[in-house]
Ligand binder design. Structure first.
Ligand SMILES: *Cc1c(COP(=O)(O)O)cnc(C)c1O
Length: 380
């Protein structure tokens, strides 16, 4: 018997590869398979040219120059390169980093590692809307502060942080500003120039590109940022990230970035309308609470507490028919619940009744109507 797949509503975990992205990638597996670093023959030139076209497309999506972009294996590697690379060599008069309790685990766990090496880490709290307090940030800054690390938008709640203001504070105080923009890039306008972001990590598989490829933006001017490489070898990517380039992955990432740029305005309106439909339909028929709804959010993520749920496992109950998540995909097996919701002061009982529903390019109104029906059926 064929298994009927649930409706996919977990786009914040990962996205399918767009058909156009796949078509763009295919020739780079079988025909144009050259090594982009082989600059002495046509195979190498074709690969290199394709990489540079993709780099240009991704650079224009975030408003940087293509010399400011380094390819990595994904956002997790980019985050590690940024945080470890900026803190080496250790300097005792710049040994303080400020970040926030609701960051992704890739940031938090890397910061814990840096703490073991002698860095002083301040993790600032967020309020019940998941928002940071800029006055608190201002007050946390010391002479020794090297870096502020704040995500653009939260992967569990979709809450968008005041990046422009954080950038301005960092610039005024001469502190580096690192941003994990994995959920924001491709979904809402991101501009590293006007937002004063110095280093920024993001990933292809969250924007309908392939898995295993990501990027790190590293500012070249005002200030010029220098990172210590974490992977050494052949000297690719201007010596910052060695290793043979993933040409098909990069080509796919580039195509995915172009499609996002073309579709962003319309798609964000469409998804906002669908998300509102979902939230309003739930509100009309049951008692719910939407975490972070009093603040600016991404168009595609809804973090909903189904207050009337009385069953023993909300996520398994939902996942028969709709593929959703309890928080971030990485935390699905975590019994302590979401660190993000905890930081927002959500109690344990409500946490168990909370689901992250994230929509995307292939989501239709019909999908959502069926999802709403299923949610209603497990509540009643
Ligand atoms: C998905 C995600 C990551 C990790 O990205 P990978 O490319 O899967 O390593 C990091 N930060 C945020 C906010 C994410 O959503």
């Amino acid at each position: 018997m064929a298994i009927t797949l649930p409706i996919y509503l977990d786009y914040a975990s990962t996205t399918p590869v767009d058909e156009e992205v796949l078509s763009a990638m295919l020739p780079y597996f079988t025909h144009h398979y050259g090594n982009a670093a082989s600059r002495i023959h046509a195979f190498g030139w074709m690969a290199e040219e394709a990489v540079e076209i993709a780099r240009e497309a991704i650079a224009s999506l975030i408003h940087c120059t293509k010399e400011e972009l380094i390819f990595t294996s994904g956002a997790t590697e980019s985050i590690n390169l940024a945080l470890r690379g900026i803190t080496e060599p250790f300097s005792s008069n710049k040994n303080h980093i400020i970040s926030f309790a609701t960051e992704h685990k890739a940031v938090l766990d890397t910061l814990y590692e840096l703490e073991k090496k002698g860095y002083d880490i301040t993790l600032l709290p967020v309020d019940s809307n998941g928002q940071i307090d800029l006055t608190m940030l201002h007050d946390a800054i010391r002479d020794e502060t090297l870096l502020i690390s704040c995500m653009y938008a939260n992967n569990e709640t979709g809450i968008i942080h005041p990046i422009q203001q954080i950038g301005a504070i960092a610039k005024e105080k001469n502190i580096y500003f690192f941003c994990d923009a994995t959920q924001a890039v491709g979904k809402i306008p991101v501009d590293v120039a006007s937002e004063h972001i110095d280093i920024m990590a993001f990933s292809s598989h969250k924007i309908y590109g392939p898995k295993g490829i990501g990027a790190l933006y590293i500012r070249r001017k005002n200030p010029r940022v220098t990172l210590t490489p974490q992977i050494t070898g052949g000297g690719q990517e201007r010596n910052i990230r060695s290793g043979t380039m993933n040409v098909p992955g990069i080509v796919g990432f580039g195509k995915a970035a172009s499609l996002c740029m073309e579709q962003m305005d319309e798609e964000s309106k469409r998804l906002t309308a669908l998300r509102d439909l979902l939230e309003n339909a739930c509100k009309d028929s049951m008692k719910i609470c939407i975490h972070g709804s009093n603040t600016t959010r991404l168009p595609n993520i809804s973090n909903i507490c189904l207050k009337e749920y009385r069953g023993s496992g909300l996520i398994p109950d939902l996942c028969n028919k709709i593929a959703v998540s309890s928080g971030s995909a990485c935390n699905s097996g975590n019994l302590n619940g979401s660190h993000v919701l905890k930081a927002m002061g959500i109690d344990k009982d409500d946490m168990k009744k909370t689901v992250r529903i994230s929509l995307g390019r292939m989501t239709t109104e019909d999908d959502l109507n069926r999802a709403i029906e299923h949610i209603r059926s497990i509540i009643n």
